[in-house]
Design a protein around this ligand. Structure first.
Ligand code: ADP
Ligand code: MG
Length: 742
């Protein structure tokens, strides 16, 4: 007798069998719960099933504007038009030697005809459809001048004769992901639905409630059984929403519980260095400041001093829009540490910025007798040795550097405080890495240094609650007094002359200008204007009477430094630069920034670039030159392609607001969290249900709830939290993957 191998318990379910069970197993689906955790990716809302004759009427009456996708909780719920029709003809049309088009003619009870057009994967669809098949077609119909109804690449399901009535009736049909493996094992949407239906009817299905009763009632959640059922076979849209909400709530709560218990344990175990506040240098700096600190700056400085005094290591994120004066907050707090006899380090993402910190700190602390050191990668090895020695000896008190600071087994003397500037340039993992290195290089491996992470890219609230959830957050939400919002304008080639005139006028009044180009050298591929080429052109043709400097990434560190210094000292009127000036550079007298090919940049980059001006009481301007053809799209509402659309949204957002937080939210919507954080910033959890852009309220709610739960029951040992504890254990063991979604 042939030996029968058991693949999984699913194998014995009606309609599965060994081949399908193997395919499911390859997706990690091995039991009943796994199978019902295979969630639909979208739903078809069948209230729109029409006869072809009705579709013709609708198209005539121009109701077509209503065919929009509605987005419920970020799940795609199509409100497209659906028809149930029979294939009467299939025809392949050769458009050229390489290009074919497939035309399928269908008809229904109204005896009218519609065409389905495919121009991609023609061979595949050619084989898939046959005359006589009944199709459920869902899409946005169009009609040509002969009133011929057409669906181009619609969603099509081949359905059985007996399903026809189901499809014609109202309701919501779940659609599942159909990867290659399932397709090969001859799964269909229908068979998946049937299998899941069967499982729900089976007595073997036992779903344990994963959340405690008190949470379910407090948040009016639906029970887990019901939630699973509604996700697959929703009674109506409200029920579907409730079901999805329940899974989101659970996922978010579990995530926040892990995050917060980590943080709590960290705080309980780690010993921090106590630093006294209001020391001599702090007072001196305060006395000689040429301006008043903003209330926001004062509040944050106080928060940091509080952290310094409570015996725990500080882990704080300081968010403040470009130009809000974060550096000064860092300096005030660094001085306290120095006066307490410790070493401090400030790390910047570029040498240019590290050098600027070095200059700024030296300037503010002149005469204080504090030893400030610059440490960057481009320094010659002999110099480096000397510097390293000074750091080990403790002669260096404030060290300004790049990531070089924490490379090659750097040794410090009494490093107690690390400031990371422009954190968004480093990445989440690097922060953890840095902390490890800092601890290891520390004089006492039992105590942890304080860490302040500064970020000018305002992080949307959801992101700071998730990615940076293990940090305390401070926000500078106030600009220094007398700052005027930067005026921003989108410009085109035709505005060139007037812009140039305006630049000359401002320069005559003593102001300075940044001129930003995307690339250093001519790139034929991108056809972008290059800084080097345009530098020559601008100097000889456009601004012959103005002094122009050139700054780009391919220059040596000392060259860049010289040019920046010269610009700061007003030796140049105009600085032509690539985006290396994007981060941090501070030249308060610069009041105009011209950005060429502005459509090429992301929103946060544009915001950062713009932040180079508006750093004093003078009115500043940002001019965004972009493609001429955009002119015609700017005022249109129906913009054709995606690229245009997002580029135009970016430019318009820049014109409309200077609020970094608002810009960050829009950016997050346009790009999604993955792109914003970058792939290397993999601190980003991979949520199955939660939408980090749209579920802000829910995330905030569950964060608070998680904190409350841990506050009263740190180990979840209370009897009312037993279910939660079990769920959390499962969640941690599966790295958050325990309820799969397609
Ligand atoms: P960012 O937050 O972008 O790093 P900076 O720390 O570089 O901003 O500060 C921008 C400019 O504003 C600097 O020239 C700084 O000296 C100045 N500045 C900082 N705080 C104040 C204040 N309270 N009033 C006026 N100017 C300030
Ligand atoms: Mg800065």
């Amino acid at each position: 007798m042939e030996k029968k191998e058991v693949i999984s318990e699913l194998q014995f379910i009606k309609g599965v069998g060994p081949i399908k069970a193997i395919a499911l197993s390859q997706l990690g689906i091995n039991n009943l719960i796994d199978m019902i955790s295979f969630f639909p990716v979208s739903y078809i809302y069948r209230s729109n099933t029409k006869l072809i004759s009705e579709v013709i009427e609708i198209l005539r009456s121009e109701y077509s504007l209503n065919f929009q996708k509605i987005d419920i909780q970020s799940l795609k719920l199509y409100s497209e038009i659906q028809i149930v029709a029979k294939v009467v003809n299939i025809k392949t049309i050769e458009l050229s030697r390489f290009k074919k088009l497939l035309k399928i003619t269908v008809t229904d009870d109204s005896n009218a005809q519609a065409e389905i057009i495919f121009f991609n994967r023609v061979q595949y669809f050619e084989k898939k459809f046959k005359e006589g098949q009944i199709l459920f077609i869902s899409g946005i119909p169009t009609s040509d001048k002969f009133s011929q109804v057409k669906f181009t690449h619609p969603d099509i399901e081949v359905i059985d004769e007996e399903e026809v009535s189901l499809y014609k009736s109202g309701g919501i049909i779940p659609k599942y992901r159909m990867p290659e493996g399932l397709m090969k094992a001859r799964f269909s949407q229908n068979s998946i639905r049937n299998i899941i239906q069967y499982i729900f009817e089976s007595k073997d299905l036992k779903i344990e409630e994963s959340l405690p009763e008190y949470l379910i009632s407090e948040y009016s959640l639906i029970q887990i059984n019901e939630a699973f059922r509604q996700v697959h076979f929703p009674d109506n849209i409200e029920k579907l929403e409730q079901a999805i909400n329940r899974f989101k709530f659970e996922e978010s709560l579990l995530f926040q519980l892990t995050l917060n218990s980590l943080r709590k344990n960290q705080l309980m175990n780690e010993k921090g260095i106590v630093i006294q506040r209001n020391t001599e240098s702090v007072k001196n700096l305060y006395k000689q400041l040429p301006f008043k600190l903003t209330q926001s700056q004062i509040d944050v400085i106080k928060q940091i001093y509080d952290d310094f005094s409570n015996g725990k290591p500080m882990n704080r994120l300081l968010q403040g829009d470009v130009g809000s004066g974060k550096t000064l907050v860092a300096i005030f707090t660094m001085l306290a540490a120095v006066d307490n006899g410790y070493q401090v380090a400030i790390m910047a993402p570029t040498e240019l910025l590290a050098e600027q910190h070095y200059r700024t700190i030296s300037k503010f602390t002149e005469g204080f007798g504090i030893n400030i050191t610059l440490l960057v990668g481009s320094q010659k090895s002999k110099l480096r040795k000397e510097i390293n020695q000074k750091i080990i000896d403790g002669e260096s008190q404030i060290i300004c550097g790049t990531h070089t600071l924490f490379q090659n087994n750097m040794q410090f003397n009494k490093l107690a405080y690390i400031v990371i500037d422009e954190q968004h340039k480093f990445g989440v993992n690097q922060r953890a890495e840095l902390q490890k290195i800092a601890i290891n290089s520390h004089f006492d491996k039992q105590v942890y240094p304080h860490i302040l992470v500064m970020s000018a890219t305002p992080i949307p609230r959801t992101l700071s609650m998730t990615v940076y959830g293990d940090l305390d957050v401070s926000v500078i939400n106030q600009m220094p007094a007398e700052r005027k919002p930067i005026k921003t304008k989108i410009a085109f080639e035709q505005n060139r002359d007037s812009v140039n005139e305006f630049i000359i006028k401002e320069i005559t009044e003593g102001k300075q200008v940044y001129y930003v180009f995307p690339l250093v050298d001519k790139s034929e591929k991108l056809q972008l204007k290059s800084a080097v080429e345009y530098y020559d052109y601008l100097q000889s043709e456009v601004f012959p009477n103005q002094k122009i400097g050139l700054l780009h990434g391919q220059m040596h560190g000392y060259e860049k430094e010289d040019i920046m210094k010269a610009f700061l000292n007003k030796e140049y009127d105009i600085l032509v630069a690539t985006i290396i000036i994007e981060v941090g550079i501070d030249v308060p007298n610069a009041t105009i920034i011209v950005i060429e090919n502005a459509e090429r940049y992301g929103l946060s980059q544009l915001h950062q670039l713009r932040g180079r001006v508006g750093r004093s009481h003078h009115q500043s301007y940002c001019i965004l030159f972009s493609k001429s053809e955009y002119q015609f799209h700017l005022n249109k509402n129906n913009i054709d392609t995606k690229e245009y659309k997002s580029a135009i949204v970016r430019l318009k957002t820049m014109e409309n607001t200077t609020d970094g937080f608002q810009i960050a939210e829009t950016d997050l919507e346009l790009r999604g969290p993955g792109d914003i954080l970058g792939s290397q910033q993999s601190g980003m959890p991979n949520f199955k249900h939660l939408n980090i852009v749209k579920d802000v309220e829910l995330i905030a709610k569950t964060r608070k709830q998680a904190q409350e739960i841990l506050e009263s029951d740190n180990h979840l040992s209370n009897s009312k939290n037993i279910a939660l504890r079990k769920t959390l254990q499962k969640y941690v063991a599966d790295k958050g993957n325990y309820y799969r979604i397609a």
